[in-house]
Design a protein around this ligand. Structure first.
Ligand code: HEM
Length: 75
C-alpha cells in the first residue's frame, strides 16, 4: 500500500523508523510556533504576493528564501 503523503520518510525496509513520533511531534511543534509567536515577513509583501518560484535540486527549495521574523506573544 502506497501513502504518497508519507514520502518524505522514505519507503521500504529502510524507511524512517521515527515516522510515528514525527507524525505526532511535527503538528505540536508547528502549532506551538504559530501560537507563541507573531510572524512578520521581511519587506512589504501583499497577501498572495509571495514569490513561490522554486529551485530544483535533491530537494525542492524556494528560489528566494522566505525570511519570517518571530515576535514572542505576551502571555
Ligand atoms: C519530520 C521528521 C522526519 C523525517 C522527514 C525523516 C526522514 C527520514 C528519511 C527520508 C530517512 C531515510 C529513509 C530511507 O532510506 O528510505 C530516515 C531514516 C531514519 N530516521 Fe528519520 N525522519 C524524521 C524523523 C525521525 C525521528 C523523530 C527519528 C527518531 C526518533 C528518526 C530516525 C531515523 C532513523 C534511525 C533512520 C535510519 C533508518 C535505517 O536506515 O534503517 N527520524 N528518516
Amino acid at each position: 500500500m502506497c501513502h504518497i503523503h508519507l514520502i518524505p520518510f522514505g519507503a521500504g525496509r529502510r524507511k524512517c523508523p521515527g515516522l510515528p513520533l514525527a507524525m505526532r511531534m511535527v503538528p505540536v511543534m508547528l502549532g506551538s510556533l504559530i501560537n507563541c509567536f507573531d510572524w512578520k515577513v521581511e519587506g512589504e509583501i501583499a497577501p498572495g504576493g509571495l514569490d513561490m518560484e522554486d529551485k530544483f535540486g535533491i530537494t525542492l527549495a524556494k528560489l528566494y528564501p522566505l525570511h519570517a521574523v518571530p515576535t514572542l506573544v505576551a502571555s
